[in-house]
Design a protein around this ligand. Structure first.
Ligand code: HMG
Ligand code: MG
Length: 311
């Protein structure tokens, strides 16, 4: 298998990242972040969640965010939709893609969306049917594909089972998500290969949280089996409110640096993403978790200190 020469990065910071902030992030800040990410060249940005505001209050302003962002033709703005109420909200807000999100672990399904895996599929069915009817792109996300905070080990067969069910619902893309970042490369390859036996490899994505520092290695391992879509979060923002101790997604800046260094194209301007990462870290008063972001910001600051003063 040769490595892909183009990779699609789905920027999930505005959703997966900001959903986990303790303090409420002002809508203006979310909008400014998404606009900066749009300008950086992403073709897909996960911008909002249409979930219960009692469960995830941080995402309650999704409709406002979607209404106020400046959209760019060629960029898809996605939204999480656990049920028909969420779907209706997302469509009214002009989402280009809706995301149904299930799990490969029963325990996590209960904690995250308050129902069993089978019940979740039943709730997703009308969402999927409505998305197809309205010509909206449909993505399926599978949490805990590499391990579960409540159940521990998750068999590959459980992941494959949900991949199959999401394929049957008509998903255009399916995410293999390592919610708590416990996966390691050989296991990741095993899961990706098994998923690819059920679903088109070029529409499978890797969504790796970096809790155990394995995410870049897991992306490289996935590239080796031909996966060419990855999720990442600017400045490494995030976690999951229903997975205690889970840290953010792999930082977008770090993924871009690795891919560009390998000669793999993304169409994204790394420097613009570093600036967006600096913006959001300062705006919410959080340390920037991107190694590449910190390195480049330090280098730029040193270069500007050394520059002769303009006269
Ligand atoms: P429930 O309590 O079982 O649902 O929650 P319900 O249908 O009984 O409704 C309860 C209340 O919520 C009602 O309001 C509904 O109207 C309201 P009340 O009558 O009490 O005032 N409600 C809604 N409000 C707004 N939008 C909606 C909606 N649905 C119901 N769509 C539910 C079930 C799924 C709604 C709930 O569990 C929920 O919202 N969970 C959110 C979970 C979540 O957002 N988790 C984080 C995102 S997933 C993630 O981060 C993982 C991922 O990144 C991949 C990975 O890393 O693993 C994707
Ligand atoms: Mg996630």
């Amino acid at each position: 298998m040769t490595m892909p020469n183009y990779v699609k990065i789905v920027e999930v910071g505005p959703r997966d990242g900001l959903q986990n902030e303790k303090a409420m992030v002002p809508t203006d800040v979310k909008v400014a972040l998404i606009n900066q990410l749009t300008d950086a060249g992403f073709v897909n940005i996960e911008a909002a969640s249409f979930v219960s505001p009692k469960w995830v209050p941080q995402m309650a302003d999704g409709a406002d965010v979607m209404a106020r962002i400046q959209r760019r033709a060629g960029t898809l703005y996605s939204a999480l939709t656990p049920n028909m109420k969420g779907f209706e909200g997302a469509i009214a807000a002009g989402a280009d893609e809706v995301v149904i999100f299930g799990a490969a672990s029963e325990a996590f399904s209960q904690k995250n969306i308050n129902c069993s895996i089978a019940e979740s599929i039943a709730r997703f069915a009308p969402v999927a049917a409505a998305a197809k009817e309205q010509g909206v792109r449909l993505r399926g996300s599978i949490s805990c594909a590499l391990g579960c905070p409540y159940q521990g080990e998750v068999p590959v067969s459980s992941v494959v089972d949900v991949v199959r069910r999401m394929r049957e619902l008509g998903c255009d893309e399916i995410d293999i998500a390592d919610t708590i970042g416990v996966g390691t490369p050989v296991r990741v390859q095993e899961v990706m290969r098994a998923a690819a036996a059920e679903f088109a490899l070029d529409r499978l994505s890797g969504h790796f949280h970096d809790t155990y520092g394995q995410a870049l290695s897991n992306i490289l391992a996935s590239l080796e089996v031909g996966v060419a879509i990855f999720h990442a979060s600017v400045a490494g923002l995030g976690g999951c409110p229903y997975a205690k101790g889970a840290t953010g997604n792999v930082a977008t800046e770090d993924v871009l640096y690795m891919l560009h260094g390998m000669g793999i194209h993304t169409g994204i301007d790394l420097e613009a993403v570093v600036r967006a990462g600096d913006y959001i870290s300062q705006a919410i008063g959080r340390a920037n978790s991107s190694r590449v972001g910190r390195a480049l910001l330090t280098k730029w600051a040193a270069a500007s200190d050394a520059a002769p003063a303009c006269v």
